[in-house]
Write a protein that binds this ligand. Structure first.
Ligand SMILES: NC(=O)c1ccc[n+]([C@@H]2O[C@H](COP(=O)([O-])OP(=O)(O)OC[C@H]3O[C@@H](n4cnc5c(N)ncnc54)[C@H](O)[C@@H]3O)[C@@H](O)[C@H]2O)c1
Length: 307
């Protein structure tokens, strides 16, 4: 298969690229390296790497026309909620306009496309307290990021219903694993905790630490995507990718203590505005197509911390 992964030099994209490359598929990556790193994908040669902004309609169209990909996995995005708050118009161009353009370009110029996957986010649920979150739950986007992800997934879905493009949108919950960038305050909490334990620095709980999340080891996410890519019944669907299990930040901290055989100082600060207290995915629809998470939070952390 010939695949295009936008945002493929980032944390999640580099794992997906690795998966398909290892299976001898032809993997192309399009990334402007805004938050990704070329070193994440050393196995992708220069002929398969486009250092291109996904907003560059002309270049993106030329690439799609020329290569006629079987599969497009669209991950390129402004991923920081804070960046979207600070730059709602600019981030809208990347997160919505470029997504729409990519769909349209595939509709017009790539008749043999087998699957288009869009990376949406559990952020679309916002503060809706209903648990578990199902794709029938009411969405309550609380940031430009969440609005943009919601728009992107709805366009993705609509392109199937209107134009029969084989699309699926996936709402990722909290993904963690090797290559996740810990350098922003707003990165995944597990990568931040790892940095604190590596450097003996103080960890800050925003809130009481009892808040829970559905943490997904990146390899389980890759397996979910691989299943969806092969499954045409998911065309036109929006699906959650979680594990169905809730873990509190305090429990994650304890797991770090056990793994590192030490502790670090910690402090509490008020919960951040808009932070949800509990989050867990209903993954029944994904399980119906054969998804079964292979990692518990403990085995995932163990592999991550020893990687
Ligand atoms: N990590 C998570 O827990 C999580 C949760 C929900 C959704 N997501 C979504 O998954 C996708 C991948 O996220 P990630 O965690 O790997 O983040 P990441 O920052 O590591 O990856 C994003 C990639 O997109 C690239 N990119 C950004 N703007 C671009 C542009 N204009 N043109 C081309 N490339 C551009 C970046 O350089 C980077 O390589 C994103 O769409 C994100 O919103 C991630």
């Amino acid at each position: 298969m010939k695949l295009l992964i936008t945002g493929g030099a980032g944390f999640i994209g580099s794992h997906i690229a690795d998966h398909y490359h290892a299976k001898s598929h032809e993997v192309f990556v399009l990334d402007n390296l805004a938050s990704g790193h070329r070193e994440n994908i050393p196995f992708i040669d220069e002929d398969h790497f486009f250092e291109v902004d996904v907003c560059d309609t002309e270049k993106v169209t030329d690439i799609i026309k020329l290569h006629q990909f079987d599969v497009v996995i669209h991950l390129a995005a402004v991923v920081s909620v804070v960046d979207t708050v600070n730059q709602p118009v600019k981030s809208n161009k990347v997160n919505i306009d470029a997504t729409l353009n990519l769909l349209e370009t595939n509709r017009e110029h790539n008749p043999q496309l087998k699957k288009f996957v869009f990376a949406s986010s559990a952020a679309v649920y916002g503060n809706n307290p209903q648990l578990p979150k199902t794709t029938q739950s009411i969405v309550q986007p609380e940031s430009p990021y969440a609005v943009q992800k919601y728009a992107g997934e709805q366009y993705t879905k609509m392109y199937h219903h209107l134009y029969d493009l084989p699309t699926t949108a996936l709402r990722f919950f909290n993904i963690y694993g090797p290559k996740q960038d810990p350098n922003s305050q707003y990165s995944g909490v597990i990568s931040i905790m790892k940095r604190k334990f590596d450097n003996d620095e103080t960890f800050t709980f925003f809130g009481d630490g009892e808040q829970t999340r559905d943490f997904v080891y990146v390899k389980d996410l890759v397996n979910a995507i691989a299943l969806v890519v092969e499954n045409s019944e998911t065309n036109g669907e929006v699906l959650n990718v979680g594990t169905g299990n809730q873990t509190s930040l305090k429990d994650i901290f304890s797991a770090f203590e056990s793994s590192y055989q030490k502790t670090v100082d910690y402090q509490f600060e008020p919960a951040r505005k808009g932070d949800v207290k509990h989050s867990v995915a209903d993954v029944t629809p994904l399980k119906e197509i054969g998804y079964e998470p292979q990692y518990t939070i403990n085995t995932g952390l163990e592999e991550y911390l020893n990687s």
